[in-house]
Design a protein around this ligand. Sequence first.
Ligand code: ADP
Length: 487
Amino acid sequence: MSKVLFVSSEAYPLIKTGGLGDVAGSLPLALSALGEETHLLLPAYPQVKQQLANTKQLASSRYYGLEVSLLETHLPESKVPVWLVDCPAAYDRPGGPYLDNNGQPWHDNALRFALFCKVAVDIALAKLDLQWQPDVVHCNDWQTGLIPALLHPYKERPATLFTIHNLAYQGLFDHQTFLDLALPSALWHPDYLEFYGQLSFIKGGLVFADRINAVSPTYAREILQAEFGNGIDGLLRHRQDRLSGILNGIDQTVWNPATDPHLAANYDSTTLARKGENKTALQQQLGLPVNEKVPLIGMVSRLVEQKGLDIILAGMAEMVKRPLQLVILGSGDVHYELQLIEWASRHPDKLHVVIGYNEALSHQIEAGSDLFLMPSTFEPCGLNQLYSLRYATLPIVRNVGGLADSVTDTNTITLASKSANGFVITEHSTQAMLTTIKRALRHYENSKVWRQLQRTAMAADFSWQRSAAQYIALYQQALRDRDQHTP
Ligand code: ADP
């Protein structure tokens, strides 16, 4: 069993903006349950500190001239230790972990996360006198990218794994920032941290980690191609022998229709008829016509291009003509938000849009909908289709990334083999999306087939236990790779 320092810039329920938060809130628990000695390292944002009363100071030091303390606490309702990097000058401010209240990146993000990385490196090298040193440092996304780069020169160091949750976010800053951060000057090179004249945090992970993985096997393959590679596919092809994919799990206690406290009615695969009560409750709550028969399509998403908002908006005129209801919860790009609100105001009996972040409503939409729409252009893993499957809400997805790894299209063959659990859109176009929705609605008419699809969906195993076992194998691989390749 290994000692694992799990480094993340967010972790549910302490702080979450997307899928990374879900993973960092669940995977350390699953690793611990399988015997790995896991510590989670997180910045001490105000939202996090507010939720945690009993913190103990373990160490203090200065980084970039700023006072930094390391505080110890636990993930809520668990024994997994959380170490908080407490630096009020960097993290104690109103707003999100990455963006200010106007949706702009914090001007000092490079400093905030370089500092975070340096603390992780000092823990990894046992410089903070904590009586605990990891065997493996598990880094996640660009905010942690400098860790493998800064650890790499050390002969005695933990192995490093870098997980790509979304390659589109790379942590790019100008050359002056590289100088201001006083990073080793040798790292300013296109083979290392330089990316077309900019400092790239993510390259620190992609170039230097002993192992790299993406959050689904299909995404791990896709990012080797220019179409999905965000300009960095060449480097990934170069490191292909170190790259693999592990599909995320889901927190099956938080996302369990049989016990979910947010639902009007709890249900499981033997009491599926009760799911309808959630639909009625959702229609009532949102002011949609209450009608059990009309198919209800849900969507919970960041409202950004990646999530297919362009084809959804282009198809809206057609969708509002169909016998269906559409409920969208999300926030993101203002121009998408405004267009959706406009459509909803013109068709209040067909479309309801809620702008914002609402955990309870996201559960109610998963339970109350018949179908769930995710026409993403790319999707590293995607969690909502996994929640949907568990809630017997059949996903309509693009055949990309983790969507392709979890949803099996409905056709005569997959119906016969009882593997069908959703509907797959095979290209990024409004027409393809509308055709697939139409196909899904046809199946909705046949209640016997629909029940079979729902039961297959609910039976899938997306537990963290399965994924955590794969991560443990990958840690072992990272340790072997470190030993083979360390000079
Ligand atoms: P991404 O990480 O790209 O945003 P994922 O599907 O991997 O997409 O994860 C998104 C997570 O964030 C899910 O848990 C989803 O339910 C949640 N989420 C996204 N937008 C909202 C919202 N407006 N309200 C509540 N939860 C949301």
